[in-house]
Every structure is written in structure tokens, then in C-alpha cells.
Write a protein that binds this ligand. Sequence first.
Ligand code: ATP
Length: 261
Amino acid sequence: MKLSFKNIQKSFSGLHVIDDFSRDIGQGELVALVGPSGCGKSTLLHIAAGLETPTSGSILADGQPVTGPHPERTLMFQENALYPWLTLEQNVALALEFQKVDKKSAAAQARAWLAKVNLSGFETYYPHQVSGGMRQRAALARAFISQPKALLLDEPFGALDALTRMTLQDALRTLIRSEVQGKAPTVLLVTHDVDEALFLADRILVFSARPATVLKEFNLVHHEKTHDLSEFSAIRREILCLLGIHAEQDEFAKTIEGVGI
Ligand SMILES: Nc1ncnc2c1ncn2[C@@H]1O[C@H](COP(=O)(O)OP(=O)(O)OP(=O)(O)O)[C@@H](O)[C@H]1O
């Protein structure tokens, strides 16, 4: 699905949040949005999801104006609460049952998607019986099972530790790549983690503080990615600099995170 933002302005009761945002996000492209806290990144996702309407400008999905939420455009949050009274399989299957797929077929598909995110054997577990990373894997399976044309991910792995986050990033990449070519979802990813953006994105948009405008855009589509991001150190430094973070400060933050303080 192609998403086209055209001259989007958004204010909330006089608070100017987004200032003239225009971009096309191509079919199958993964674009990361990074920027200071409160600049309006989630608001842009909500506009793409059809949960918020722009104050002016328009958002088109495959050329059609977005007028409200639609299962073709799936939003996934950091705290993507699974229903605690349903097993992982039932939670994942529910996405299909909402679309009137019969229970038996939905359950079979749910098991297949749980296998894709390495949760075979945990189908009958309840969310409280598995780890946060496993819950988020199940949430990924639930997001993918209805094969949305656009995935809108709002800090999907933000609550997880750094190591678990990396395995989830791998799982997300595998899921995207396993989709038949041409059917891969278009992904908008809001993240505070510059390394996550570098690892996952074809393109990174760096936003200013509110009202959000794009400070700079980085095209990474021609790079083969691994978690060794040394090739991207110059871009990483530039993004951090645009965000007003000095590299030493960032290393310090990572060290603190690494030792669990
Ligand atoms: N529904 C709403 N009503 C009123 N104000 C809102 C609403 N949604 C967002 N805002 C305000 O818009 C601004 C941008 O919020 P948004 O959540 O889009 O920022 P963000 O860049 O995603 O922040 P963070 O990175 O901290 O999650 C904030 O000041 C927020 O208070």
C-alpha cells in the first residue's frame, strides 16, 4: 500500500504539533520516524491509521482518502496488551475471527503464525505465563495474521531489554521478508532507538521538536543490514547530533542500560 501524506498540519486546541508534512511512503517500504519526545510522531501514525484527522492537508492510502480505521492498516503499540483471559493462540486467532474467518481455520492459521515467531509449543499458554518478549512476538503474529497492507508500529519493542529487542527486530524483519514479494506491508515505525531505525528502515525521517518538521532524511535502502552497525556510524552520529545528543552521552546511556541501572 502506498501512503501519501499531503501538506499535513495538525493542532490540538491551539497546540501546533505537525507543520506541513508531505511524504510518499512506497509499497513495501519501511520508514522510521525518529525525533524528540512529544514532537508528533505518534500523531502522524494515528493520522495514517485514521484515528486522528489532520487539521489541514490529506492522507491517501493507495490514492483513496483515509477517513477512518481499516483492518488493512494495523496499528501496534508498545503495550500491545493481549487479552489475559485468552491463550496466545486464541489471541492471535481473534484477529481473523473479527474478519469472520471460521474458528477452526483461524486457529490453524494462528498456530502457523505463532510458529513463524518461534512460539510453537506455547499456543495454550496465557499471556501472564510467558515473558514480555514472547508476548510481543505473539502481538507481532496477531498484527501479521490478517496480512495488513500497512503496519503502523509505535515503539513496538520499547518496553523490552536491549537483547530481547534485537531478537524481536530480527523476527519483524523475517516476517516482512516472508511475505510474498509485492505483498510485503508498508511499514511506518516510530522509535526512540536510532540503532533500531538503522537496522530496520529503508528510510529514516528525523523530526524537529514540535511543531514537527523533517530536519533530514536518510536513505538506507541499498545497504544490507546486520546488527553490526559500524558501517552506519557516520549516519548514526549525524542523527544523534540532529536530535541534540552527543555521542559520548549516548554511549553512557547505553552502558547504564547494559548494566541494568
Ligand atoms: N488526542 C490528543 N489531544 C490533545 N493533545 C494531544 C493528543 N495527542 C497528542 N497530543 C499532543 O501532541 C503532542 C505530540 O504528541 P505525540 O504523541 O504525537 O508525540 P510523540 O513524538 O509520539 O512523543 P513520544 O516520542 O514521547 O511518544 C504532545 O504535546 C501531545 O500532548
